[in-house]
Design a protein around this ligand. Structure first.
Ligand SMILES: [Fe+2]
Ligand SMILES: [Fe+2]
Length: 218
């Protein structure tokens, strides 16, 4: 028989009900999605540093595919699920997390603008040549640092709070969204398309970051 004290508490605070072991799949998916994004950011930093330090010739096809990925994957696929499900429910359960949630949501909005800066810097570099390289390098470094900080805050601060305070019902809704059962725009099909793009990047990228051919010197 259920403990009456727990039952009473459950009425006040749904967090005292523990999610089952099959729940909280969204946490694993968020970590996986962060790892994919971090790999592309790391790859892009590696490429620009090779151009700066070794005079490697830029592969604009690869840089363009990476820029597209770090624009579309978080903006259209990852952040909307965080905003609409994870952040919204945690805000309801933990009003004292408002400061952290405000910060993370405003970073989602700021990220969209920062990626436009990166796209413009890439276009200028591609069409304007070496004189535009330092601007592109700075944009890549700034975007990577910004997004790493954001993912670190989500993993170190937000996810532990969510694990502790969201109810099984909350996780049902969040898991469904992250598994792609809620919105076809964020579902399995787009997920598979981003995986295919990620594989294409890995196949184009030179060693040691990918499986593509070594780049010719400029
Ligand atoms: Fe986020
Ligand atoms: Fe995230």
């Amino acid at each position: 028989m259920a403990d009456p004290a727990v039952e009473a508490l459950r009425f006040i605070d749904p967090s005292c009900e523990n999610p089952s072991s099959e729940q909280m799949q969204a946490i694993r998916i968020i970590h996986d999605e962060h790892r994919s994004l971090a790999a592309v950011l790391h790859g892009m930093l590696y490429l620009v540093h090779q151009i700066r330090d070794r005079g490697t010739r830029p592969d604009f096809g690869l840089l363009g595919a990476m820029t597209y990925y770090i624009d579309a994957f978080p903006e259209r696929f990852h952040h909307p699920k965080e905003d609409q499900y994870l952040f919204r429910l945690l805000r309801m359960r933990r009003p004292d997390a408002a400061l952290l949630l405000d910060r993370l949501e405003s970073e989602h909005r700021a990220g969209a603008e920062k990626i436009r800066t990166l796209e413009q810097a890439l276009a200028r570099y591609q069409h304007g040549g070496a004189a535009e390289f330092s601007n592109f390098l700075a944009a890549v470094e700034a975007y990577a640092a910004f997004h790493w900080d954001h993912m670190r805050a989500e993993e170190a601060e937000l996810l532990p709070l969510a694990e502790q305070h969201l109810s099984p019902g909350d996780w049902e809704a969040i898991d469904a969204a992250f598994l792609g059962h809620t919105d076809p725009m964020q579902g399995a099909k787009p997920g598979a398309e981003y995986e295919a793009l990620f594989s294409r990047i890995v196949n184009l990228a030179p060693p040691p970051i990918g499986l593509g051919p070594a780049p010719p010197r400029a």
